[in-house]
Write a protein that binds this ligand. Structure first.
Ligand code: FAD
Length: 585
């Protein structure tokens, strides 16, 4: 084992959170920073000519290698968990940029009441309305505290969209249900593909309030406040699961890495697999990290400040492996590390088949139309058998020839042979999806812990997920399917295939990589792992970033919030902690 010279700060993970923190520390402080990323180095130039669907979207070139480390899963605490052998319901990233390289760049904010869900739901409906067995808590932050950081996040990525609530004034054509924005989006919305325009017309006809889907893909050439210039999207349609070949989709490699690589105070090391945060329980301090380096050598990197940005599952696993904080026990409700595992409800509410081409081979993952009329508490739930809801969208994602091929309506009776082939070719560009992104509330018996049986390639226990859908989610999904069909009809679809209702959580169907919880934030160490600045309650020089901080899932995709909270942590570390090390809250 080798021990390296001490660094001021070590960051675990080189994704959105890790590289953003490295950028902020290098730009605003003189301290030395080491970033440890277990995957390979990557640069924006690597994606030129990279529209290889087989490589990226079938063989999952940018994703975590489940052969080295996977997860185990069970529905209840009574079941034995088994390992998930193939990437399925979520697709963690690996290598510079993490999942931020192959993400879809849909850019919505959370609703303000996501941060105080317990209080707001109880006030409006009474405590009995919350689902049985829930563990919904307030986060301890307010919309007013976080909104300025959303603005910074918007400017970082060059977000495009249209405000629907500007400083409290409702603006037609934007999302009128959103929390008050202090500023308009830096850029106008992306172009609306044909399918998105059909969705918009249908939503208006039905009396809803559609708006252009917010995007972290540039609608115009843009230079951000860090001086990073990127070019506008040309709608090739290869976004989600791909790196962008022109750099229009904001990714850590084209937005943060150019700055981080130039910073003399930052050392970025690849192939470095962190196994433990070294923790001195008696002093309550993290003293560094231990990892296997690119040559396979066990290495200790001592550091004064440890920053964890390895995504939800790895953040939680590393805290559990390192023995920092009390693991959560669903039987007693005691302990905190691992609690409040949630996974955004995300599915196709209805497939809509048209008698005309939709040109869906052109597009961008977030380009299209969304509506929030059934999001959060935008509608009254008094007489409904569930709380919360979600958003519907019609997007021109860019239909790729392999994965996008093969959908046929129910009127096509065969699923093989020449008749099916002919039908699949005919319907290829005549089908679109009314998609739904919904909220998943937290439950007492949905959590992460270390699997007692299965280990990774280094012999460390895998993370075990205990999760399933409950009545609340099944009711939300039923509701969403009915609305999805209504919208598809109003769009003029000739045939509609509604989604099947939710049964058990399905590891095989891609849902979204929006898994949250495990190291949640809060106002007190009894109920949370970190304070609202991401600082660990038991180790004041350890900060945890990313969606593992989120005590419940908002319907919105998490990355704008992940980046906003990382900016807030950066301010707390730089403006307060480094000046007066110690507890911030
Ligand atoms: C297909 C896909 C589509 C998505 N689309 C959207 C979207 O449209 N909108 C949205 O808001 N969000 C989207 N997301 C989610 C988004 O990508 C994540 O929220 C974001 O990337 C999280 O950033 P992060 O830094 O927390 O984690 P990551 O980006 O996952 O980065 C974590 C890094 O840590 C490294 N790491 C992990 N463990 C270790 C270890 N032990 N040692 C060293 N390094 C380690 C990993 O290799 C990885 O590079 C999508 C994700 C996927 C996969």
């Amino acid at each position: 084992m080798k021990t390296l010279p001490k660094t001021d700060a070590v960051i675990i993970g080189g994704g959105w959170t890790g590289l953003l923190m490295a950028k902020e520390l290098s730009a605003r402080t003189p301290i030395s920073v080491v970033v440890l990323e277990r995957g390979a180095p990557r640069h924006k130039e690597d994606y030129i000519g990279g529209m290889d669907e087989l490589d990226y979207n079938v063989r999952f070139r940018l994703m975590q290698d489940y052969g080295l480390q996977t997860v185990t899963l069970r529905y209840t605490t009574k079941d034995k968990a088994i390992p998930v052998r193939q990437l399925g319901s979520f697709m963690p990233g690996q290598g510079t940029g993490g999942a931020g390289e192959h993400w879809g760049a849909v850019w919505p904010r959370f609703q303000p009441d996501v941060f105080n869900l317990l209080t707001s739901t109880t006030q409006r409906y009474g405590a009995k309305k919350l689902p049985e067995g829930h563990s919904v808590v307030d986060w301890g932050v307010t919309w007013e505290e976080i909104e300025p950081y959303y603005v910074k996040a918007d400017k970082l990525v060059g977000a495009g969209g249209k405000a629907g609530n500007l400083r409290g004034k409702v603006v037609d054509g934007g999302n009128i249900f959103e929390g008050a924005r202090s500023e308009e989006y830096p850029l106008p919305p992306t172009k609306t593909p044909y399918f998105g325009s059909l969705f918009k017309d249908a939503a208006l006809k039905l009396g809803y309030h559609p708006y252009p889907n917010p995007a972290a893909i540039l609608s115009q050439n843009y230079t951000n406040p860090d001086g990073i210039s990127r070019q506008a999207c040309f709608y090739c349609g290869f976004c989600d699961r791909f790196g962008c070949m022109v750099g229009a989709k904001s990714q850590p490699t084209n937005t943060l890495l150019p700055i981080v690589e130039k910073a003399k105070s930052v050392t970025l090391r690849h192939g470095c697999w962190v196994r433990r945060i070294v923790y001195d329980k008696s002093s309550g301090r993290a003293t560094g990290v231990s990892y296997i380096d690119a040559n396979g050598e066990e290495t200790i990197q001592p550091a004064d400040l440890v920053i964890l940005g390895s995504w939800t599952l790895n953040n939680t696993r590393l805290l559990l492996l390192s023995g920092i904080g009390e693991p959560y026990d669903p039987n007693t409700g005691k302990g905190v590390v691992g609690r409040n595992l949630t996974h955004q409800i995300s599915f196709t509410a209805a497939q809509a088949f048209f008698d005309k081409p939709l040109n869906r081979f052109m597009g961008a993952a977030p380009a299209g139309t969304r509506m929030s009329d059934f999001d959060g508490d935008a509608f009254d739930h008094s007489n409904l058998p569930f709380i919360r809801g979600g958003t519907f969208a019609g997007m021109g994602t860019g239909f790729q020839p392999i994965v996008g091929f093969g959908a046929v309506p129910s009127s096509v009776k065969t699923r093989w042979g020449s008749e099916w082939k002919k039908a699949a070719v005919y319907w290829y560009d005549r089908v679109g999806t009314v998609s739904f992104a919904g909220e998943h509330v937290a439950y007492r018996d949905h959590y992460f812990d270390l699997d007692p049986t299965y280990k990774d390639h280094l012999g460390d226990p895998l993370i075990r997920m205990t999760i399933d859908w409950n009545e609340n989610e099944r009711e939300v999904v039923k509701f969403a399917i009915a609305k999805g069909v209504e919208i598809a009809k109003a769009m003029g679809a000739k045939e509609i295939v509604p989604s099947a209702p939710y049964g058990h959580y399905d590891t095989r169907r891609y849902q979204s990589t929006h898994v949250q919880g495990g190291t949640i934030m809060g106002k007190s160490p009894e109920h949370s792992v970190v304070n609202t600045f991401g600082q660990h309650w038991q180790a004041s020089n350890l900060f945890v970033m990313g969606a593992s901080q989120f005590a419940n899932n908002g319907s919105a995709n998490p990355t704008p919030s992940v980046i906003a909270f990382t900016y807030r942590t950066a301010d707390a570390v730089i403006d307060r902690y480094l000046k007066h090390p110690g507890k911030l809250a």
